[in-house]
Design a protein around this ligand. Sequence first.
Ligand SMILES: Nc1ncnc2c1ncn2[C@@H]1O[C@H](COP(=O)(O)OP(=O)(O)OP(=O)(O)O)[C@@H](O)[C@H]1O
Ligand SMILES: [Mg+2]
Length: 266
Amino acid sequence: MDHQNPRTMSEKVLPVRTPDDSSHAVIRVENLSKTFVHNGVDVQAFRDVNLQIPRGQMVTIMGPSGSGKSTLLHILGGIEPPTQGEIWIDGQNLAGMRDLELTLLRRRHIGFIFQSFNLVPTLSVVDNVTLPLVLDGVSAYSAEPFALECLQRVGMSHRLRHLPSQLSGGEQQRVAIARALVIKPSLILADEPTGNLDSARGRDITQLLVDVAHQGQQTVVVVTHDIRVASQSDRLIVLLDGHVKFDGDPSQVAEWMAAMQLEFHA
Ligand SMILES: Nc1ncnc2c1ncn2[C@@H]1O[C@H](COP(=O)(O)OP(=O)(O)OP(=O)(O)O)[C@@H](O)[C@H]1O
Ligand SMILES: [Mg+2]
């Protein structure tokens, strides 16, 4: 397929805010903190997170259950507001954005892959994948070739007319990945994208996400419990006790963990 942006075919182009940041970071986060209030008690997910993630990088986030990984991903994607701190995505500051601006930013710049897939149960595989483009004003007919290319990349060309309920968990996950890729987002956020896949398929999907980052100059942030996924990435961030405790080369994490007397439990 050509690399034409599918959105150029859209007749209904809505305005998006012009980037006000000249840096090349797709994600910039400053002093980010999140505290939930549950039954009157503060539950701190994380505190004082500072990050810059450039275009073309595949980053993994690891940490024990409850360390705030999913919360951080949701906040980076503008799904949930932080308690403190600021976030720039593609140079656009999320703070103070109106709902429509945030919706457009998510729709056009961010591809989400949720652990629970979030596929529309009444739509076929191909219609689920064209949906983000159709919602942005591209006709289903024009969007279909882009969907077919993404479905081919994730090895799902043989199930185009199936409904999600007629697919295995791993197949649904691959459709969810195709749906995230179809808008050619500058940022892909994935929560445990290999959690439902066997190890060979998990390796393939991780490699696909690495290729997406490196070849497509997109940025990929993946939450995982799997050190094998982390070892395929360019950079590993470890959240522990509400803080970023490691941020660097995944090949050095084992040494760091040994020094800290830590173990990851899948
Ligand atoms: N809506 C909420 N209200 C109150 N507390 C919450 C809420 N969402 C998350 N938390 C708490 O915030 C902390 C971080 O949760 P989060 O889901 O981000 O963890 P996680 O690292 O993704 O864990 P897991 O590996 O189990 O998915 C947990 O202690 C959780 O109980
Ligand atoms: Mg989680």
